[in-house]
Unconditional design. Structure first.
Lengths: 316, 280
């Protein structure tokens, strides 16, 4: 049972609880038919709610505190995972985790932003907001992967790069820029998956790949809806409108020519069935890798640069 | 995520204040010196008393750096198409039309070829006056095309930045311009063509987190604000006052992210010297 329930999830959860309760008495009372009716009803309710989610509701799902995070996916989809630490210059950023592991038989580098689940772990993970050393650790690992000809999988889930004094002192902008520059010409396949929040440069800093995937209920944009609201509407109250205006959902980004493929989620969102979300992702990653492995290194680079060069909309 | 706050602030109040005002006399916002317009222009829009650098646009910068009559503009009329149909307090398309009318520019960067003391270069200069110098699809595409020309002609690339960051009104497409311009710079770098990044006040957000920080040589005008997050956002996040000189050009030299600070009056000569050293 979910501990955190979003407003629009409530009617579903309430019905589910009721069915659960009725099941306890089902042996003694003849209420099988009634349970069946309720189950149909909850199914209809789920379909109607989840096929009509607003963009803001998707943002809320993307931020759901019980949603699987990078480490969860790593443990669900790779074996023999060895986490590697540090940027070899300043320190080890806990807001980005990464290492080598086996996806089926093949070694891959898998890394991503890491949020915490409670106050304590969120403080430890800095709420998934990396400092420069996080991006530099990621780059160090990606260069290792290139050296040993291993494919790279990056998982994006951050409310943004950390805006702090030390982050600026150590070159937050340079760290992100350097990653964009270097990732564009690494000679191995790179698959990027937005698993939750893809907020701006902090997300993109590990997001240059041959294939860009987005979970059905994730978001990806240049700014979070709240910040956008505070700047353009001069108030924090227009986050729903900002989310609509930014067109930040997976289907939106497919339409904008940025995202290649949407990773479907279990009904109700990845947090309702993390294992299923993990196995769906694993299956899709294997498919994508099978295709990319046939491409020569120089072609991978060419294709990646070409892909990003095409992004944008203008007229002459 | 947060650099836009700064840009908005600049558009609404700060930006107006620092723009070159009409009338014959201008007051230096730093030392309050009253300077005659002609003298200010002769002094390349820097204060005669305290060296404060007034914010200038591409028109002025091209004139300062390039040999007379050598500038050939590229992709001049490339324009945004409002890909998201973005509406906040007004339509983005209206905002664009109004800005184009007001500034006589088509977007926040102008690109072209020209020569600096007879060295052929590809040059790009941002205009902060165009929606806070924000980078959307057009800025990204024009920079990308300029890089293609530099690579093809083997002309050194110079980009003069002045920006509040990526442009919100084009959503994720604006964000992708960071990757697009950086990927193009990687190609330029592989081609062995030099790139000098010139940062002016302010260079923040997505522009800093992409091409502005990726120069083979990074230079900056004195006291320019350069950073990822804007100072207001950082202050809000940490709830403390920021140290004096934080995120200014000299601070970035100190921290190792800018090679040198160059006074606007010496910019042309210094760039010439650097280019000669790299090319010959
Ligand atoms: Zn002065």
């Amino acid at each position: 049972m979910a501990k955190v329930v979003l407003e629009f999830e409530k009617p579903i959860i309430e019905l589910e609880q009721k069915i659960e309760e009725m099941r306890k008495y089902a042996d003694n009372l003849d209420i099988v038919d009634e349970i069946e009716i309720l189950e149909k009803k909850v199914d209809q309710l789920r379909t109607s709610i989840y096929s009509n989610l607003t963009r803001w509701q998707r943002v809320q799902l993307a931020r759901h505190p019980e949603r699987p995070y990078t480490s969860d996916y790593i443990h669900m989809i790779v074996d023999d995972f060895v986490e590697l630490h540090g940027d070899r210059t300043f320190g080890d950023d806990k807001a980005i985790v990464g290492g080598f592991g086996r996806l089926d038989k093949e070694t891959v580098l898998i890394l991503g932003h890491q949020k915490g689940r409670d106050t304590k772990s969120n403080l430890y993970r800095n709420f998934g907001m990396p400092n420069p050393e996080g991006y530099r650790k990621a780059l160090r690992l990606m260069k290792l992967a290139a050296k040993f000809h291993k494919p790279i999988i990056t998982l994006l889930d951050t409310p943004g790069a950390f805006p702090g004094i030390e982050a600026e002192e150590r070159g937050q902008a340079e760290a992100i820029a350097r990653n964009l520059f270097e990732m564009s010409h690494l000679p191995v396949p790179i698959i990027v998956v937005v698993i939750g929040e893809g907020a701006s440069g902090g997300a993109l800093g590990i997001g240059v790949g041959n294939r860009i995937l987005m979970f059905e209920n994730s978001w990806y944009s240049v700014i979070a809806p709240e910040s956008c609201s505070s700047i353009l509407w001069r108030s924090w109250d227009y986050k729903e409108q900002a989310a609509e205006a930014l067109k930040l959902t997976a289907p939106d980004l497919v339409e904008q020519g940025i995202v290649d493929r949407i990773v479907p989620e279990p009904q109700g969102g990845a947090h309702r069935n993390p294992d299923e979300a993990g196995s769906i992702l694993k299956k899709i990653l294997l498919e994508e890798l099978r295709t990319l492995k046939k491409v020569k290194p120089e072609k991978l680079i060419e294709q990646r640069i070409e892909k990003f060069s095409k992004m944008g909309a203008w007229k002459e | 995520m947060a650099w836009f706050r700064r840009s908005k602030q600049n558009i609404s109040s700060d930006g107006q204040k620092k723009d070159i005002p009409d009338g014959m006399w201008t007051k230096c916002p730093e030392c309050n010196e009253i300077i005659h317009k002609k003298l200010l222009e002769q002094n390349l829009f820097t204060c005669i008393k305290c060296n404060y650098h007034f914010r200038i646009g591409s028109k002025e910068y091209f004139k300062i750096l390039l040999d007379e009559g050598t500038f050939k503009e590229m992709d001049k009329k490339l324009r945004s198409v409002d890909p998201l149909g973005f509406v906040d307090s007004k339509k983005y398309s209206t905002r664009l039309d109004e800005t184009i009318k007001k500034t006589g520019l088509y977007d926040a960067v102008r690109t072209g070829t020209g020569s600096i003391n007879e060295i052929s270069v590809v040059i790009a200069c941002m205009d902060f006056g165009f929606i806070g110098g924000s980078m959307g699809s057009v800025v990204g595409e024009k920079i990308a095309r300029a890089i293609d020309v530099a690579l093809k002609q083997k002309f050194p690339l110079i980009i003069i930045s002045s920006s509040g960051g990526a442009r919100m009104m084009e959503g994720a497409l604006s964000l992708m311009q960071l990757a697009k311009t950086s990927a193009k710079l990687a190609q330029l770098s592989d081609g062995g063509v030099p790139y000098i990044s010139v940062m002016t006040d302010p260079t923040t957000g997505g522009v800093t987190a992409s091409f502005a920080m990726l120069g083979d040589i990074n230079v900056a005008e004195p006291a320019a604000l350069i950073g990822f997050a804007g100072p207001r956002v950082i202050k809000q996040t940490i709830g403390k006052d920021l140290p004096k000189g934080f995120q200014r050009s000299e601070f970035l030299v100190e921290k190792g992210f800018v090679d040198l600070v160059i006074h606007r009056k010496e910019m042309k000569d210094q760039l010439t010297k650097i280019l000669h050293l790299l090319l010959n």
